[in-house]
Design a protein around this ligand. Structure first.
Ligand SMILES: *[C@@H]1O[C@H](CO)[C@@H](O)[C@H](O)[C@H]1NC(C)=O
Length: 971
């Protein structure tokens, strides 16, 4: 009976077990597919099909992703990365009216995309940098063409590209010192606007060209010298005849200068006192009325002023004003034929006015959750058939870096685009509301009576959870037996689970915002906090991020000396310090002392910054990388209050070499077994040294990659390999774990298949380290439990060197961000992880597949297969869907992969960050410690019951029989 009770209990407990199963895509993994934060100039509503009313929301975001979003649901329709890597703003995007393509430009490239499907129609690349892009809505033919303004080594180049083919129709070049700024077009002219003059004292030059040929017609200087200090001062250049204006503000933001293109004069308008920023909104449809709105923000509020342009007289008049309201506020323009509407998002409502008069056409009061701080918005205003009713949708970018769609005063959807552009990540445990260990320690330190009272109240307090717990037991048993429903945990909010699958991943973005995601809840955002707001054009560069789970905090250090301590549970910033250039940090080191870890910031001179060492001592050797790429082992000593850097050793690279990758052992890298049993039952002992790093140095001129393994205590070179024909412009990435390291790069490779053919390709080299080349030999160290590299045992040969076994595999595509899975005890076999930037996927290769001991040119013996699981070596690794941890998902722009062990040995947690965020659980050796979903608990239970029943029934019979037999013998 007792036994069956126990099994029932066990089954109850195992309800937790049902929580996760292999291949439950969407259950064990999560993916934030992001486009990035929309930029105001490159975001709009547009109809991808001429005859259909439905429009999509297009944006070219600040991370260089071009995306189309369904405005009804917020779902991504398509996206393309038009910048290699992650951009920090910039780029151009336009959509011609009534065409089925959109046109984008970034850097040197111009690309045309199918508006509905996101298919690439054409793309061209030129020498210069794109400065502006406009669509020629009206041309001499029925076609719409594209005007692209380039700066090519100081030369202004304007090209008209064929809208359908992307070929150059004509090209206008002007060799002058003028800086190309923007382009504008009307039926009769194309205008090129340049900055003319000398740095910080410019005037504007408008050159008009013949649209059909690109021939110069005329040019004129607008404004006086010194009117404009730089390109950023020119607020607005209209795209076409609906906004034929050029506007710039005076230096003190007191006056706005407006010039009508094609005329000679400029007009001045006073701006409100205390103006801090000015934005101009104008229609983009050529048939729209030439009206525009000037949006000014003051330190406390914002207002709008509407102006009308009289094209005949060349006069601009102020039509009306929208009042000064508190908050940032956002204005947007939409046009419907000749009608122009201005939509204003204020703190508590969204309203629409016509450009003709200030009477409000529609007004939607905002529900409380829709009261966002709008930074900029685009809107679609649709006049409902017949009536005077208007439907307004505003896609608004908020100050908290979300993209929300406001309709009827409510939020239809929210996209957390601020999550894109992550530059650093760290794992954290979910802080427990009350850390039992801490409480117990507290109790131990108070006097017995207080401790007793404290304990009693604690237990009484705990009682409140008892009824819930008891009520839940039958449920848990039933669910665990049937196996079903428990997949979705009922507990909401942050909570730890007994498998250790629920953790927090902390992310820092280049915009200076921090996020915490809950891996136990599909990567939901737990909190986000603006910790280091960045000025336009600058980006946060995180040099160190470290979580302290006992305190429940995360510490961050940025390149400009930014420093913050943030609470993991709620994002509360406990301590923070903004950066200044004097406190610049070039790197950080994680220092472990007395069981705790902290971040040591190093300045430009690679010395500890500030007075972090004032009340701490350091006796470790720290490996630093100097500005000239030499690697040094140093110790910092406090000599009479002065921190002195003592060099212990140095690795000087050869001239022409540059460091391509550095890999160090993961902080958590447990070794389950110190040896490896070979086929003949002998043992190869692993070379295990906690103080090693891999340094890969590339010589681009000679195309050689040198991979060095260094002892960080002595600086001794433990192993070196040189690879030839390596392309230094392609990614090079290395990683190290346990007793092996691996590097991926593009290089020359001699086929190991007997033909000795030489090929070039992406390859991955894996090197295993053993104590000695002969099995059962522990080398000079023998069975010594400890060793010191500073005190070598065999003086003649110096420090014992590891025995290195290497092998190379080739792949069909590049790999980067190599890393290795981590499990709790290191018993599960490890997996090499890498991002495939061409397939947008994450690859996991088991260690068995890339075992350098795989026999070459022969089949493994039965003993080798049995003891080591070796397969015959084949030089290529085929990437197929089964090796992709991301399955079918398209993960864009990965910048790093971080892993952490779960509580169960089989499983490792992984998060890849960059533009997208992807997280999953991975079991390199299968889930040997978790019951499979197919596990039939009913049968097990029935068997146990049947056996128990059998025992209960048979026991008396057997006993009787035994007694009888004894009597028989006796008789
Ligand atoms: C990931 O790879 C990219 C591309 O090579 C690189 O720029 C980035 O620094 C890598 N990230 C890490 C954390 O190594």
């Amino acid at each position: 009976m007792r036994r069956s009770l126990q099994s029932a209990l066990l089954l109850g407990l195992s309800s937790l077990v049902a929580a996760v199963f292999k291949d439950e895509v969407g259950q064990i993994d999560f993916h934030h597919a992001l486009v990035g934060l929309p930029q105001s100039e490159t975001t709009f509503f547009h109809r991808p099909k001429k005859d259909e009313k439905a429009s999509l929301l297009y944006t070219l975001s600040d991370v260089g992703v071009l995306g189309a979003v369904n405005p009804n649901s917020g779902a991504l329709v398509w996206r393309q990365q038009i910048f290699p890597g992650i951009s920090h703003g910039g780029g151009h995007l336009r959509a011609p009216e009534g065409e089925n393509w959109v046109i984008a430009a970034y850097g040197q490239q111009v690309q045309s995309w199918a508006a509905l499907s996101g298919r690439n129609l054409w793309q061209t690349e030129f020498n210069g940098q794109v400065k502006d892009l406009e669509v020629m809505e009206l041309t001499e033919s029925a076609r719409k063409d594209v005007l692209v303004l380039f700066e090519e080594d100081g030369v202004t180049v304007l090209r008209r590209l064929h809208g359908v083919l992307g070929t150059v129709v004509w090209e206008f070049r002007e060799v002058s010192k003028d800086i190309p700024l923007q382009v504008s077009t009307s039926l009769s002219n194309v205008y090129v606007i340049n900055l003319h003059g000398s740095p910080s004292s410019y005037s504007l030059k408008v050159t008009s060209l013949e649209p059909a040929t690109g021939g110069r017609v005329d040019h004129m200087i607008v404004g006086t010298k010194g009117d404009v200090q730089g390109p950023q001062d020119v607020m607005f250049v209209g795209a076409n005849s609906a906004a034929p204006i050029l506007a710039w503000a005076s230096n003190d933001l007191a006056k706005l200068n407006v010039h009508i293109l094609g005329t000679k004069s400029k007009q001045e308008f006073a701006l409100p006192a205390d103006t801090v920023s000015v934005n101009i909104h104008a229609p983009h449809l050529t048939q729209s009325q030439p009206h525009f709105l000037v949006h000014t923000r003051t330190s406390t509020g914002n207002k709008g002023e509407v102006f009308h342009t009289d094209l005949k007289s060349g006069q601009i008049t102020k039509a009306y004003e929208l009042p000064l309201l508190p908050g940032l506020g956002a204005f947007s323009t939409s046009s419907d034929g000749a009608n122009v509407y201005f939509t204003r998002v204020t703190e508590d409502e969204v309203l629409v006015v016509s450009s003709d008069s200030h009477s409000v056409l529609a007004r939607d009061p905002l529900k409380s959750d829709a009261r966002v701080e709008a930074v900029h918005a685009v809107s679609e205003v649709i006049k409902k058939a017949g009536g005077k009713e208007f439907a307004i949708r505003s896609a608004t970018v908020t100050k908290s870096q979300e993209w929300v769609l406001i309709r009827n005063g409510q939020i239809d959807w929210t996209r957390s685009e601020g999550l894109s552009g992550a530059v650093a990540a760290a794992w954290a445990e979910i802080p427990e509301a009350e850390n039992l260990a801490k409480v117990l320690a507290e109790e131990a330190h108070t006097n017995p009576w207080d401790a007793y009272v404290h304990r009693l109240t604690r237990h009484i307090n705990d009682l409140q959870y008892l009824p819930d717990y008891l009520a839940n037991i039958p449920n848990r048993i039933i669910e665990s037996v049937t196996g079903g429903a428990v997949v979705v945990s009922k507990t909401t909010g942050l909570h730890r689970d007994s498998f250790g699958f629920n953790k927090i991943i902390i992310l820092a973005t280049h915009r200076g915002r921090f996020y915490a995601l809950d891996t136990g809840n599909h990567g939901e955002i737990v909190w986000s906090a603006e910790v280091f707001p960045q000025a336009p054009g600058s980006a946060l560069d995180v040099k160190g991020i470290l979580v302290d789970d006992s305190e429940g905090t995360v510490t961050v250090r940025g390149a400009n000396g930014e420093y913050a301590v943030i609470k993991v549970a709620d994002g509360h910033v406990v301590e923070s310090q903004y950066g200044d250039h004097l406190a610049a940090v070039s790197a950080t080191a994680v220092i472990e002392s007395e069981g705790s870890k902290w971040l040591l910031p190093l300045g430009k001179d690679r010395k500890p910054t500030g007075d972090v060492l004032k009340d701490r001592t350091l006796d470790q050797t720290i490996v630093i990388r100097e500005e000239d790429d030499s690697i040094k082992g140093v110790k910092f000593v406090n000599e009479d209050g002065q921190i002195v850097k003592n060099e212990i050793w140095q690795l000087q690279l050869l001239p022409g070499q540059k460091i391509a990758s550095i890999a160090k052992l993961p902080a958590h890298d447990p070794i389950a077994s110190i040896g490896r049993v070979l086929g003949d039952r002998s043992v190869n002992y692993k070379y295990l040294n906690p103080n090693i790093v891999v340094v890969a140095a590339i010589d681009s001129a000679a195309s050689t990659l040198s991979v060095h393994l260094l002892d960080t205590v002595t600086g001794q070179l433990l192993a070196s390999q040189v690879h030839d024909g390596v392309d230094g412009d392609k990614d090079i990435s290395c990683t190290i774990s346990e007793n092996w390291y691996s590097c991926a790069f593009f290089g020359q490779y001699i086929l190991n298949d007997g033909t000795d053919r030489e090929i070039k390709g992406y390859q991955i080299v894996v090197s295993d380290l053993y104590e000695s080349p002969s099995p059962n030999d522990r080398g000079p160290l023998g069975d010594a439990e400890t060793f010191s590299p500073l005190d070598p045992v065999d003086t003649p040969t110096g420090v014992p060197l590891p025995w290195v076994v290497s092998q190379t595999w080739i792949l069909s595509e590049p790999l980067n961000n190599l890393s290795v899975t981590q499990t709790r005890q290191g018993i599960s076999s490890r997996q090499l992880l890498a991002y495939l930037p061409e397939s947008h996927a994450i690859l996991g290769i088991t260690r068995h597949g890339i075992d350098p001991r795989r026999p070459v040119g022969r089949d493994p013996s039965a003993a080798e297969i049995e003891a080591e699981g070796l397969a015959k070596y084949s030089p290529a690794i085929f990437i197929d869907g089964r090796n992709l941890l991301t399955h079918e998902r398209d993960i864009v722009g990965v910048r790093g992969i971080v892993t952490t062990p779960a509580v169960v040995e089989s499983t490792t947690l992984l998060v890849a960050y960059g533009i997208d965020i992807f997280g999953t659980q991975n079991s390199p050796s299968g889930m040997f410690d978790i019951l499979d979903k197919g596990f039939n608990k009913i049968t097990l239970l029935a068997t146990v019951l049947a056996l128990t029943w059998g025992v209960v029934l048979l026991a008396p019979m057997v006993r009787r029989k035994q007694i009888n037999r004894k009597w028989e013998a006796f008789l």
